[in-house]
Design a binder for this molecule. Structure first.
Ligand SMILES: *Cc1c(COP(=O)(O)O)cnc(C)c1O
Length: 375
């Protein structure tokens, strides 16, 4: 099959190649070199965080953030079940327990009321995931955290450019974690960033990222820590991506608008926008009316060269996390009806018109089928 429209493709049309060549020419290819600091500086100031620390991917960003907060065995961390599996895995790496929380129906973010119901004497932190580029209502999260003395970790892997009430996500809780995987809004191949406004936390994260090297004594280690460093090559790509970041986000917002226009009047629900969010549209997402139609629509689109992906399977459904008596009806329902459409920045209006026409054709076929069954 000829895949005409992948779900994602990175946009590398700036100085990425030139800066990578500079690393190779200068031999600064490992995790020392000027681009690491430059990328931290430019990303941190772009989102408005006092401190930003590069790491090797978004999963370890979450792990090192939790570790720096001192979360470990015996602790519980609240995590929405409707997320990418890395959010939950990072908690497990620390030895703490994951406590899943359902989602709210309107915007698909963590359900704060359900989160509060799940708090016990062992709950140490809440991890919110700003899903698909929309923000969780952080004022409610911060109020809950204050009431129960919880740390707040923001998983911002899908939320580069996302703001809540005007503030960039990741800078509202104690710590924010970003991913620069190839399909994220900006990419370094593999990469991540941890941001915080807390100087002490920044120091701990840097210490844990780099083998627990002592700040007082050379070649001495005073903690069992990690090698989670980013290479200068990856950071160089990140620096080049930062030169296009505003442009990339504007393109993605335009793409979402074209989809909204193209799908108007069809029996699909485009991910609603919380008016308090500046949505960065990592992936444009729709819900079909009937879960039974979801995979058929995906197959029909693929037949026309259009790749899609299902929304995340809620993590509690996977065998490693499955436990009796767990019910997350909203997350299960959203996930079963949801599809991410091609969302990469190079898509044109004509591309989106074509994709929407294919969706329209499929749905009118379904409609005709339903009518004939009813007759
Ligand atoms: C992509 C993603 C991650 C993990 O990032 P990697 O860089 O792939 O390790 C974590 N959480 C969420 C919600 C993600 O979408």
């Amino acid at each position: 099959m000829n895949l005409k429209y992948p779900v994602y493709a990175p946009y590398l049309n700036g100085r990425e190649k030139a800066l990578v060549m500079d690393c190779l020419d200068s031999t600064w290819i490992s995790s020392k070199g000027k681009y690491v600091g430059q990328f931290e500086e430019s990303f941190g100031s772009w989102i408005g965080a006092r401190h930003a620390v590069t790491v090797s991917n978004g999963t370890v960003a979450l792990h090192v953030a939790l570790a720096a907060l001192g979360i470990g065995p015996g602790d519980e961390v609240l995590v929405p079940t409707l997320t990418y599996i890395a959010s939950a895995n990072a908690v497990k790496y620390t030895g703490a327990d994951v406590v899943f929380v359902d989602s709210e129906r309107a915007y698909w973010q963590i359900d704060i009321e359900d989160a509060e119901r799940k708090i016990t004497s062992r709950t140490k932190a809440i991890m919110v995931v700003h899903l698909y580029g929309q923000a969780t209502e952080m004022d409610a999260v911060m109020a809950l955290a204050k009431k129960h003395s919880l740390y707040v970790i923001e998983d911002c892997a899908e939320a580069i450019g996302t703001r809540f009430d005007g503030t960039h996500v990741g800078t509202i809780g104690d710590v924010g974690c970003f991913s620069f995987f190839g399909n994220k809004t900006i990419t370094t191949g593999e990469g991540g960033m941890v941001v915080t406004n807390n100087a002490e936390l920044d120091r701990k994260i840097r210490h844990l990222r780099s083998q627990g090297v002592s700040s007082e004594r050379e070649y001495w280690h005073d903690a069992i820590a990690f090698n989670y460093r980013m290479t200068n090559i990856a950071a160089a790509i990140g620096c080049a991506q930062m030169e296009s970041i505003d442009d990339l986000i504007a393109k993605k917002q335009q793409i979402a608008e074209w989809y909204r226009e193209g799908l108007a009047g069809l029996p699909v629900q485009v991910h609603a926008v919380n008016p308090r969010t500046r949505h960065s549209y990592w992936m444009v997402s729709i819900l079909v009316e009937e879960a039974a139609d979801r995979d058929a629509l995906r197959a029909a689109l693929l037949h026309d060269g259009i790749e899609t992906r299902p929304l995340f399977y809620p993590v509690h459904q996977m065998s490693m996390y499955a436990a009796p008596g767990q019910h997350f009806p909203v997350a299960d329902e959203i996930a079963s009806r949801g599809i991410n459409l091609p969302s990469y920045p190079a898509l044109t209006r004509d591309d989106i018109t074509f994709i929407c026409e294919r969706v329209r054709e499929f749905l009118s076929g379904q409609h005709a089928k339903a009518e004939s069954l009813a007759a």
